[in-house]
Design a protein around this ligand. Structure first.
Ligand code: HSE
Length: 284
């Protein structure tokens, strides 16, 4: 029997589109056991079948290990909301890959599993933190993901603001332009570079300056109801910065203030939606 937990993750962090990611202290927990048929408990009935993303990842991993698929017992205790911008699909994929590998004595290396997971997800930004933990920056090198963790100032807290509606990543990517101007490319690469230093130092002014973006957020804001009101409330309450978490609709505030989550929750009244605030830490 194998037990594991996989963290939620926030991707992009403003300018680091499809590259930056951070593991957060909100988890899906799994128990896997070898079995001659498929048995899934702990998730809605529509996910209790072979289309379940974790099962798809298990089958891909078995294939990579030259092991036949017979079935599996899987118990799920999921806390990461689905289609919300908190890396739920990355967590499901990483759980399946790590779970299958562990059930067969870990024949595949971390890098092999990480590549398999990235291929399934299509980009490494959520997979890397879900797999390795911490704050990560990832690049694709000749079709393969290369990732490093970098340190973040220990006082920084990650507040996620989760609305009562979801948004598919497919939809959120469909509104992005195919090409961008040189000015926008320079804007994002320079801000992303600055962001690594700003987060390590915990320098609030640098973080605020660095977390701006021209590649995805301007195009996605119209898909997220009440985002203007939520951003205004967060910044007026004293957040260091505000951005869309991954493809949204969840948003992310950075702060060092342990009282911000409570104060923000009390003052977060929006016309068309309800938002829940969670005060999370980096999951190492
Ligand atoms: N970087 C991705 C995006 C994250 O913003 O579309 C969601 O998979």
């Amino acid at each position: 029997m194998v037990k594991l937990r996989v963290p939620a993750s926030t991707a992009n962090l403003g300018p680091g589109f499809d590259s930056f990611g951070c593991a957060l202290s909100l988890y899906n927990e799994y128990t896997f056991e070898k079995c001659d048929h498929l048995e899934i408990t702990g998730c809605p009935v529509e996910y209790c079948n072979e289309r379940n993303l974790t099962v798809v990842a298990i089958k891909k991993t078995l294939q990579a290990m030259d092991q036949p698929w017979e079935g599996l017992k899987m118990e799920v205790d999921a806390h990461i909301p689905v289609s919300s911008g908190l890396g739920s699909s990355a967590a499901m994929i990483v759980a399946g890959a790590k779970g299958a590998n562990a059930l067969y004595g870990n024949p595949l290396s971390d890098q092999q599993l990480f590549e398999l997971c990235t291929e399934m997800e299509g980009h490494p930004d959520n997979i890397a933190p879900a797999f390795f933990g911490g704050m990560t920056v990832s690049v694709m090198e000749q079709g393969k993901p290369l990732t490093v963790r970098f340190p973040v100032h220990p006082e920084l807290r990650f507040l996620v603001l989760i609305p009562d509606f979801s948004l598919s990543t497919k939809m959120a990517r469909s509104v992005l332009p195919q090409t961008i101007s040189r000015a926008d490319a320079i804007f994002n690469e320079s801000h992303a570079g600055l962001l690594t230093i700003a987060l390590e130092r915990g320098d609030e002014a640098l973080i605020r300056a660095a977390m701006q973006d021209r590649l995805h957020q301007p195009y996605r804001r119209s898909l997220i109801k009440d985002i203007d009101a939520v951003e205004k409330a967060a910044m007026e309450a004293g957040a260091i910065s505000f951005c869309i978490s991954g493809a949204g609709p969840t948003c992310l505030c950075l702060t060092k203030d342990p009282t911000l989550a409570g104060r923000l929750q009390d003052h977060l009244s929006t016309p068309n939606s309800r938002w829940k605030v969670l005060d999370l830490q980096i999951a190492e």
